[in-house]
Design a protein around this ligand. Structure first.
Ligand code: GDP
Ligand code: MG
Length: 402
């Protein structure tokens, strides 16, 4: 085994070594060590991905190393990996293990499963990459066990990881051989069924029943959602009510609690569904809600909300005047669209949005890079007048969540 290497400018060590095991073949492991503890372990999938792993590690630990120094460090140690790569046996190894290693206790792992072509990847693109449904034609079918795994937000205490599992019969067969590698520590299973394809319903529901039973075995605390998707193509509303009942009855044999939600990428149902999924995983902080409420009263604004930029997830809000559900995919979508427009026009980054309405103003501003504050106010001047209080509030939120 190799000895560990000090990472420049940090109190961390890195260790790269090769592990042989009969199941996975030969694997290169990269570990990050603090003191005597291995805090992160990654499997190096392909040559050249040391940089990717390094960057993930730095991001997770909130560390930064100047780019040239980082590059030097990587170049220096890539040679070692190259030697290992050359020796590596040709045996296929599991890609699943590597993604499991990325998830820590505080992380929320969400698994997306469902037959091929039901719309999982498209859904991901629309909700988390802010694509429009009409841009989706370019989506290529997900191949292999897993196409990607993404952190979808920037909040320190509840990182969401979403895993998009390919859904051919062959893929499911593979999953059925290794449920113990897939399901443990899963916070939510999101099973997607194509509501426009009644022919595949039985098969789809059978696989769902299997996945749900594995959840009850390996992740009994995890939530189970079933998205009845592409409802825009289903001919009658009755159809999916019937499907919904059928799904619930089929799964209920196992007395699991599941939630069936009709969705389509063509309207807001998709955002509402994901808001429900988020809510079940990360309750809004009471303390932060109180901060928001206090500031709202002090300023005399109608409402005050803070959103995580990428997901639109509401971190706190001053009241339940409007449900935060309307916010997901709405305010952050507006933000991303105007931001995109600014890019297209070659204007510098978007900083604020102010809208004059019939009876007041809507004001959005980005702060701390990943958060958006939304104010609904009778007068725009209030925002300047209470600038100090607002700054203080933003600081508190940043400290608490980033
Ligand atoms: N009409 C309609 N088509 C959809 C919807 N969601 C996805 N699709 C289409 O379904 C096809 C398969 O989607 P994809 O995301 O690749 O499915 P996956 O295999 O489950 O990842 C693509 O052509 C999408 O454009 C939806 O809500 N309505
Ligand atoms: Mg896919």
């Amino acid at each position: 085994m190799e000895s560990s290497i000090r990472i420049p400018g940090t109190s961390w060590n890195m260790k790269i070594y090769q592990l042989d095991d009969s199941y996975n073949g030969s694997t290169i492991i990269v570990e990050y060590i603090k003191g005597i503890h291995v805090m992160h372990q990654f499997i190096l999938e392909k040559e050249g991905s040391l940089e990717e792993i390094m960057r993930q590690f730095l991001e997770r630990e909130n560390l930064s190393i100047p780019d040239n120094r980082l590059q030097n460090f990587i170049n220096l140690h890539s040679g070692q990996i190259y030697k290992f790569e050359n020796k590596k046996s040709k045996q296929k190894k599991s890609t699943i293990k590597s993604m499991m290693n990325l998830t820590e206790m505080k992380d929320k792992k969400i698994i997306m499963m469902g037959l091929s072509g039901v719309g999982k990847t498209s859904m991901y693109r629309v909700v988390f990459e802010h694509k429009k449904w009409w841009d989706l034609k370019a989506v290529t079918p997900t191949e292999g066990i897993q196409q990607y795994e993404q952190t979808v937000n920037s909040l320190k205490d509840f990182k969401l990881y979403i895993m998009d599992f390919a859904g051919t019969h062959q893929d499911f067969k593979e999953y059925q051989n290794i449920p113990e590698e897939l399901f443990p520590s899963t916070s939510a299973l999101v099973y997607v069924i194509d509501a426009s394809d009644p022919e595949s319903l039985h098969d789809s529901v059978n696989k769902f029943a299997w996945a749900a039973s594995q959840m009850s075995l390996y992740a009994p605390e995890g939530k189970i959602f079933c998205l009845l998707h592409k409802t825009d193509l289903a001919s009658k509303v009755d159809d999916f009510q019937g499907m919904s009942d059928f799904i619930e009855n089929s799964i209920n044999g196992s007395r699991l609690s599941i939630q069936v939600i009709p969705t389509t990428v063509r309207n807001n149902t998709i955002f509402h569904a994901w808001e429900q999924i988020f809510k079940s995983l990360i309750p809004k902080s009471k303390t932060l809600n109180i901060l928001a409420q206090t500031l709202k009263e002090k300023m005399g604004v109608y409402n005050l909300v803070v959103l995580e930029k990428r997901t639109g997830f509401a971190i706190c809000s001053s009241s339940s005047l409007f449900d935060s559900e309307v916010l997901v995919g709405t305010f952050n979508k507006v933000w991303h669209q105007l931001g995109g427009l600014a890019d297209d026009l070659e204007l510098a980054g978007l900083q604020k949005i102010t809208c004059l309405l019939g009876n007041g103003y809507l004001f959005l501003e980005e702060f701390a890079q990943n958060l958006i504050i939304v104010l609904i106010s009778p007068k725009l001047e209030l925002i300047d007048e209470y600038k100090d209080s607002l700054d203080q509030f933003k600081n508190e939120i940043t400290k608490a969540v980033l």
